[in-house]
Design a protein around this ligand. Structure first.
Ligand code: FEO
Length: 407
């Protein structure tokens, strides 16, 4: 765990967490940080906690001690968001200290009670304030469904710091550089990619609410954005606001100038057409990504499709339906409400088709509204005329990608 000073009276504690499935689902190949913030006036508040998955809140207490905060002197636990990566230490803290007040929204109150049996809670609503003394005044601003219904921002008016919890966060472990002005260009790139992975895996379903949260952030004068995961933005907080707006556009069909080939193949017939398609994309100078299901993790698959302006679905019919690993991927993409992508599908069939029907069913059930170019299906191996049709459709997809590109 690292300890960092944000400004006088405000510190961050941060720790890297590795080798877990985030939310029990998402493989996080590059880890994630959990950030907690301590605001000290005459009273002391801790905004979210960092229990990590090591089950050792004592690590937190020791580090609090190192920055001169006796856990016994913590007066308020501010729960911006109840998900246990931020709140999981509350029960342990109750064993250490008996007289503190939890501050949260009405939506969080019920969960604080049901998850941890807590009842000493002050419920706050938009604009409520907490004066800690010595000029430290916190105000609270609900941002529901980011990504749970309980979430709020906490804003410290003297330093103009927005404690945004999950909002403006990213996956990715942090080394020595935790502030935006310290990051190397490689680290900036790393955290953008990890931000996309985080947004697409955890937040994308709630894009409508996230856009409202972006607008709410803009109503504050902000010097620093201090999220619950990832770097702190003190030099250019506008960058992460702009990035999040762009990510929200990716959920609505825009994307980077890239095409992702989401593919699976049983015995290599569809793969022959994929090899041909790769040749066309290379000839046309198009950046493309290969996502081979079921070998690629769900986390990586979602992130790669999410950030791409164009998608090629390349998969055969299997037992009268779409090849199951690709069908499952598309279903997950639909659940994440990744809508409006430009896409083209081709694939092989043996004794019967059926893949096409299932794709339509998945798209309709999830209201994906993808811009689908007419598919090319072929019996057995692709013939010359099939490949010629695929080339025409690929050129059509490339034109659509140009319109949807937002870098
Ligand atoms: Fe970082 Fe929604 O928890």
């Amino acid at each position: 765990m690292k300890k960092l000073k944000i400004t006088d009276g405000i510190h961050m504690l941060t720790m890297n967490v590795e080798d877990i499935l985030f939310e029990g689902i998402w493989e996080i190949a590059n880890g994630v940080t959990l950030n907690s913030y301590i605001v000290q006036g005459e009273k002391t508040a801790i905004i979210d906690g960092v229990i990590g998955w090591d089950g050792i809140p004592e690590t937190l207490y020791k580090n609090l001690g190192d920055i001169g905060v006796d856990p016994q002197n913590i007066d308020y636990l501010i729960v911006n968001h109840m998900e246990p990566d931020h709140s999981g230490w509350i029960s342990n803290f109750r064993k250490v200290k008996d007289d503190f007040t939890i501050i949260c929204t009405d939506k969080a109150e019920k969960m604080v009670s049901s998850f941890y049996g807590e009842d000493k809670i002050r419920v706050v609503k938009e604009g409520d304030t907490l004066d800690l003394g010595k000029g430290k005044v916190l105000s609270f601003h609900p941002v529901p469904n980011v990504h749970w219904p309980d979430t709020m921002y906490t804003y410290e008016s003297c330093s103009k710091t927005l404690f945004s919890c999950d909002m403006f966060g990213a996956f990715g472990r942090m080394g020595d550089h935790c502030f935006d002005d310290e990051l190397t260009s490689d680290e900036v790139e790393f955290f953008e990619a990890e931000g996309i992975r985080y947004y697409s895996n955890v937040m994308a379903t709630f894009t409508t609410s996230l856009k409202k949260a972006i607008d709410k952030a803009k109503t504050h004068e902000i010097n620093t954005i201090a999220p619950g995961h990832g770097p702190v933005y003190r030099k250019n907080p506008q960058k992460i606001i702009d990035d999040y707006y762009r990510f929200s556009r990716y959920a609505e069909g825009a994307g980077k100038n890239e095409i992702t080939i989401l593919w699976g193949s049983m015995y290599g017939m569809t793969k022959k057409a994929i090899d041909f398609a790769e040749g066309i994309l290379k000839r046309e100078g198009i950046k493309y990504n290969m996502v081979h299901m079921p070998l690629v993790s769900e986390s990586e698959m979602i992130a790669t499709v999410f950030r791409s302006a164009g998608i090629i679905i390349a998969a055969p019919t299997y037992e009268y339906k779409l090849f199951p690993p690709v069908a499952e991927a598309l279903n997950e993409i639909g659940r994440k409400r990744i809508t409006g992508k430009a896409a083209f599908r081709f694939g092989s069939y043996g004794w019967s088709g059926g893949a096409e029907k299932e794709i339509q069913e998945i798209m309709e059930r999830n209201k994906m509204n993808w811009d689908l170019i007419e598919s090319v299906e072929f019996e057995g191996a692709p013939k010359e005329e099939d490949l010629a049709k695929i080339e025409v459709k690929l050129l059509e997809l490339i034109e659509k990608v140009k319109v949807k590109t937002e870098e």
